[in-house]
Design a protein around this ligand. Sequence first.
Ligand code: G6P
Ligand code: MN
Length: 450
Amino acid sequence: MKLTILGGGGFRVPLVYRALLADRGEGRVTRVVLHDVDAARLAAIDRVLAEQAAGVPGAPAVTVTADLDEALRGADFVFSAIRVGGLAGRAADERVALAEGVLGQETVGAGGIAYGLRTVPVAVHVARRVAAVAPDAWVINFTNPAGLVTEAMSRVLGDRVIGICDSPVGLARRVARVLGVDPADAWPDYVGLNHLGWLRGLRVGGRDVLPGLLADPELLGSFEEGRLFGADWLRSLGAVPNEYLHYYYFGRETVQAYREAAGADGTRGAYLLRQQAGFYEDAARPGVKALDAWLRTLAEREATYMAANRAASGDTGGRAEEDLEPGGYEQVALALMRAVARGERTTLVLNVRNGSALPGLDADAVVEVPCVVDANGARPVAVDPLPYHAVGLVTAVKAVEREVLEAAATGSREAAVKAFALHPLVDSVTVARRLLEAYRREHPGLAYLA
Ligand code: G6P
Ligand code: MN
């Protein structure tokens, strides 16, 4: 089994490789090809992987290449985890948005739109190359904004592209943990778009255990989303939202927190730009154990995840030990690959075309819902409709995504302005126009918008 990783020089690649090393099952991945446009990053990650594989019998062989077609040829699975414009681009997305007083997070609000506008054309190119040279491969998309990018690729690859995110899994796992339930026995009624969904129930043995959590303020205060949103608001909603909904429900506070972060340690993008540059430099140094440098950097990255949001909600205690446990990101990918490759049926929350699963959205809209996965791929399970307020957010953001896809397909500046202007977290058409101009000045990758 050959796995190609696009963005092979990316920081999270060793997580995936670590999971592969632990997989002893039949039909497991035996060859890994890393593709990246940055040779230095590729070399650093290659070193980490070599140190991880040392002494592990039957470790998947790793090769690296800068040639996309060569990387794709013969692939059974393609993981796409690219970052167009790099972390410098992410930092710029945040800076430009903040200068207009709006949110510039990489997947939410103006930042997500800017990131989407420069990523979609590249993702579509990748999809076309997959269709041409590896038409039988399954594409697993990690690239953010994951829902939008998956939808762009699905226009070329249909249901052979599946988007993944570890946030819904992490949320369901945390809720199961505080309720003393084995996550493997629990069915999450989780519905929405990527980074815009709600856990509305958690069924165990045919019974919904979520109401028990919502009724218990102490339990609600004992896990991340509970502290982020506060017990009262979760009770009002009757659901536990994805952590990224913090940017919607606490819009002013999160913009303010980003502002404060910008003046201190830097926004998330600016911080990671610095932190990651340090890692890649270290990992290239002779005599340095690249794996140790990676583990250190990973621990720091996890510990500071969403720090600004936690500060905004008054949660100053740092992240709980259990929340730092690895296993989200790479385990979803591995579980998905196993189910497809071995035909072992399972259910996972994934980003797929809606079909008729979620009422109110069209069939081609990529949604994030529980899916049945087997050798035929992932099929969304029909879910109950969302309440009106959630329908409003989901359809508004899907409309934004559609304008981004239109802009990327046609080069229409008008569509790009519309994308910014229609977003619930951008409150003025004038601001939308200025945002597009500022982003165009910042990113050469947006020059295609005429
Ligand atoms: C979560 C999100 C991902 C995101 C990751 C890392 O897992 O679901 O989409 O890429 O966090 O966030 P960071 O801010 O560390 O890059
Ligand atoms: Mn995600």
